[in-house]
Write a protein that binds this ligand. Structure first.
Ligand code: HEM
Ligand code: HEM
Length: 178
């Protein structure tokens, strides 16, 4: 299988990024759910501490994925419709903005952030930086749940296209032999 995308199918690196992020996002939403609905339970104790470090990993993977998508822009499979095109672009946009806002808030809070033992933010004494904190307070959680709804829609559409007569089955572009 080719590393690069082609007009009929996504290549191995695009597929690896798509499916590894899909799996990690399942974990990320379990951790969000644990915080939202299961405070002070073993479920939260297990999942919630992974939320920030995994969110950072997702952000790094997304940046790699966007770079790779740009490199392959001219040769990847064409969008099925304008709705699919904008749907995919919105998924990318949310996958960027959600962790970006949270990381900005993390910095502005003045608290140290040492994911996987790496000192990414040393923290500082003194007042929190309000303009860095407020956007995430307002939007991080809400946009996170919007992303979940859009992912459910995305999976639904991918499966629906398979079933409907006259529609192109796009699954083989991303899974199995294209
Ligand atoms: C869990 C999180 C998921 C996210 C964030 C996600 C995101 C995306 C994005 C952004 C694209 C567009 C790729 C591009 O052209 O640049 C895409 C394509 C695709 N995804 Fe997903 N996806 C997820 C899960 C799934 C699942 C579970 C399925 C299987 C049912 C799936 C099936 C597909 C297919 C078939 C394509 C190719 C669509 C086409 O070329 O028209 N995705 N996905
Ligand atoms: C793609 C990555 C991410 C997704 C999908 C995501 C999703 C979510 C969701 C849905 C919630 C709401 C949970 C609730 O309502 O209780 C949430 C909360 C939270 N997230 Fe994330 N998150 C991501 C990355 C991050 C990162 C990188 C950080 C920190 C560095 C972070 C820190 C937090 C914190 C502190 C909360 C609780 C406060 C709040 O609701 O804003 N998240 N996240």
């Amino acid at each position: 299988m080719s590393l690069n995308d082609s007009p009929t199918r996504y290549g191995s690196l695009t597929r690896l990024l798509h499916w590894s992020m899909a799996l990690l996002l399942v974990w990320q939403f379990l951790s969000a759910l644990s915080h939202y609905a299961f405070e002070d339970t073993a479920f939260e104790t297990f999942f919630w501490p992974t939320h920030k470090p995994l969110g950072l990993v997702l952000m790094v993977l997304l940046v790699i994925r966007l770079g790779w998508a740009l490199i392959n822009l001219a040769r990847r499979p064409p969008s099925l419709s304008l709705a699919a095109k904008w749907g995919h672009l919105s998924l990318y946009g949310l996958l960027f903005i959600i962790p970006a806002l949270a990381l900005l808030r993390q910095y502005g809070s003045g608290r140290a952030f040492n994911p996987f033992g790496i000192e990414l933010m040393a923290g500082f004494q003194g007042d929190k930086i309000t303009w860095m904190i407020e956007p995430a307070n307002l939007l991080h959680g809400v946009l996170g749940w919007v992303l979940l709804v859009m992912i459910i829609g995305h999976v639904g559409m991918a499966l629906l296209h398979r079933k409907q007569p006259g529609q192109l089955n796009v699954l083989p572009r991303m899974w199995g032999k294209g």
